[in-house]
Structure formats: C-alpha cells, structure tokens
Design a protein around this ligand. Sequence first.
Ligand SMILES: Cc1cc2nc3c(=O)[nH]c(=O)nc-3n(C[C@H](O)[C@H](O)[C@H](O)COP(=O)(O)OP(=O)(O)OC[C@H]3O[C@@H](n4cnc5c(N)ncnc54)[C@H](O)[C@@H]3O)c2cc1C
Length: 442
Amino acid sequence: MSKSVIIIGGGIAGIASAVFLSEKGFSVSVYESSPKWGGRTFSYFDNEKNIFIDNGVHILGGFYKNTFEFMKIIGTFDKLKVKNNLQLVFTNKDKQILNFKCGNLPGVWSLLSGIFFFKGFNFRDKLEFLKIRKLINGKVFEDDKLERTSASKILEMTGQTENLMKYFWTPLIFAAFNSPPEYVSGKLLVNLLKKGTENKKNMSLYLGNDTLNGLFIDNSLKYLNEKSALLYNNLGGKKIIFEGNYIKCIELDNGETVSADYYISALPFYCFEKIFSPSDYAKHFNRSVNLQPSTIISVHLFFKNDISFKPDGDMTGLTGTCVQWLFVNNKRHVSLVISGADYVCGNMTELSNEEIYFACIKDLKSCLQKFDESEIGSYKIIKEKRATFLTGPDSEAYRLRQKSSLENLFIAGDWTDTGLPATIESAVTSAGICTDLIVNRK
Ligand SMILES: Cc1cc2nc3c(=O)[nH]c(=O)nc-3n(C[C@H](O)[C@H](O)[C@H](O)COP(=O)(O)OP(=O)(O)OC[C@H]3O[C@@H](n4cnc5c(N)ncnc54)[C@H](O)[C@@H]3O)c2cc1C
C-alpha cells in the first residue's frame, strides 16, 4: 500500500509538494485554511472589470530550475514567454529611454557586456563593475563577512558607483528580495548573482502568458485530482498532536483529527509557530521564526483607449521614483510595482489608496513620454503587507531547515532555508527537498 502524506497549506510550496509526491506514488491529502488555492500566488475574478486579476506581477528568473520542472509536470511551462539575455528598458525623470541588453555570451560575461554597452553608464561605472566578477568568484570577501554585511555595504566596498546603484543594483535588489539593499545580506546577493550568471540561460527572465491561476494553480488541481489526491479548502490545520518525537495526528479547524505516515507544513512564516503549543514548539525547535514581513504594492491602471505613452514594452524599469517597474499586460491594462514599499518614498504602505495613486501618476508623468493621465478610466491597488519576509542580514538565522528534529514532519515554504530569496523558486525548491527526504525515508 502506498504511504500517506498530509500537507498543511495550499500555496505554491504545498501544491508543488503534493504534485511531486503524487508523481512518486504517495497518497496525498492537502488542507488549506482559506477558500482559495495558491496562497500568495493567486488571481481573482474582478466582477467590475469582468477579468481575472493577479494579486501582483510575478517574474521568474532563468535559474528557476525547480519551478520549471514543476510547471513541466503540470503542463504549463509553455505558457511562459522568455526574455533572453536580460533585455530591459529603463526610463528616468528626464524621460530618457535606456536599453539594457546583455550579449549572447557565456555566464557573467553576458552581464558584463550588458553593462559595457548601457548608455546610462560612463567609463568609470563600467570599470568599477568589472570588480563584480571577483565578488561572484568569492575572491573579495570571506563567507562570514558576506553574511554579516549588508548588500549595500558590500557594493560600496566593491566600488560600485552612484549610477550603478541607481540603474542596476537598487532595482535588481528591490525586485529580487523585496527589501532595500541596506537590509539584504551580502551573502544572499552573491548567491543570487552566482545562480543568475552560472550560464547564459540563467540570465533570462520569464513572464507569464496567462494569469497566475492559469500558470500554477488550475493545472495543479487537475493533475492532483487525476492522481486521486484529496484536496480540502476552507479547512485548516489547527494543532499538531505529538507522541514522543512523532506527530500522532493533526487537529483540523472543524475539530476532526487526521493522521498519515508523514506530514509537511507548507505554512507561511507568520503561521508556522501557531500550530504548535508553546511548550511543544520550545521542545522541538531551538529557534523561533522571527522573520519580519515586507510589503509589495501593485497598482492596476485601466485605460479608456490603447496606451500611447513610451516606452510601451512589456516591462520597463523606472529609476529615481517610487514606482520601480511598469508592466503592460495589454494595451489597456498596465500594472505598476512598488516592492519593499515600507522603505520606499518614506513609507508607501502607510499611504491611502488615493495618495498611492497620485504618487504613481506623478512618477509616470515625469518618466514616460506622451503620458496622458486623463486616459486612465479606473485603477485598483493591492497592498500585500506580508508579500515576503524582509531579507535582513539576520533573517537567514530564522529560516528553518526542511528536515525537522521530528521523525515524520518536514517543513516547506519560501521562508525555509533554501539560500534563495522568498520567491516561487524558493517555495518549489523547499517542496522538492521535502519530497526527496520523504522518498529516502520510505
Ligand atoms: C505581490 C507579490 C509579488 C510577488 N512577486 C514575485 C515574483 O515576481 N517572483 C517570485 O518568484 N515570487 C514573487 N512573490 C513571492 C511568491 O508569491 C511567494 O514566495 C510564494 O507564493 C510563497 O509560497 P508559499 O507556498 O511558500 O507560501 P503561501 O503562498 O503563503 O502559502 C501558504 C498557504 O498556507 C495557508 N495556511 C495558513 N495557515 C494555515 C493553516 N493553519 N492550515 C492550512 N493552511 C494554512 C495559507 O492560506 C496559504 O494558502 C510575490 C509575492 C507577492 C505577494
């Protein structure tokens, strides 16, 4: 008979765990406390607009190896459109349009070529950027120095200029870590650069040609139903019940108890400790998950007619502004992203929706050519206050490993110790690690 696994939490980490384990022949049950699947990766139907809207734009890096493997299993990998060689367009408050395009070269040389030909950089910028190759190769700082020092300090010590910080490092770090450069550990930055520049394929970016539900959720649920997995939403895990060093069963929100051979917690960092009694938690875990949340604000603009502003490519970086990225979903629907919003333009999270909207319009007026505010018919603002954890230099210490001290409990989630920022790739990677641990246990 196949071994059984109970997964608590139906975000990407929980769903990917369920898919990987079902594929390996396990009997899987997933319990999700909310009415919807997908956790922070979701789309909702907007009755007013009559369309599905994503909670926020999700970009995938070319190095998202585990996510791509997962998408191939559920059959959605072909719904991604790739931007090879990190081709990006930037605009600034002088309405200049600057193209950043890495060359078709191996690994880090591709990135260096992008910097070399970027018009926003002068000779000194380019010269200083060359030092990054040594940083990536581990020839500048010891590992523990990287861990203890913020990314901004590491970049300053590596001689990165104001221009490089403005056009390259700050947008990259905000987008990848949802945290300002002062809060990100140098080690995480170097890890990301290593992964991103391992080969030229890794330098690409992927955007979805479908909604988040279409990319990750709908097909997963179909796949799991076909594999006879049991999926329960509106029914969360309430309390873990122990027998020595084993989990005996889980008490659900409706008072029922359920048991299995193995258990995976796929809860977000702010829910994990809550399913244990304080004494059980203290007994089985030697540190608390003291991670702090970080906000992403997504602003959806709906235009009355097709947009006529420039640049109008699918993805534009704005520099020196509150808005960091602009995405053209279609000619009448544009999304703006403000990552690390608690640290942007004072604190954008504290502002009312109307104030956020006006701050965005001010940015668009100053950066875009031929932008006409009166063309906007309506807007929607989504503030995700716990979009990710804040990647402070201390945060790595609070990330738990997937293998717990308990014999039959495994921990998945973007916040677990994957060495990656809180992303879809981190969530799926943690699911892959839990699956391998369970398969090897069997
Ligand atoms: C606006 C926004 C933009 C983003 N952009 C990107 C991007 O561009 N690229 C990228 O890679 N990542 C991005 N991310 C991050 C990405 O969405 C997350 O890293 C990922 O979704 C986390 O998945 P998870 O399964 O670990 O956690 P979650 O999605 O939080 O899933 C946890 C699930 O557990 C459920 N739960 C909680 N308590 C219980 C309980 N007691 N019992 C049962 N279930 C419970 C929750 O309801 C939730 O469904 C973005 C996130 C946001 C919010």
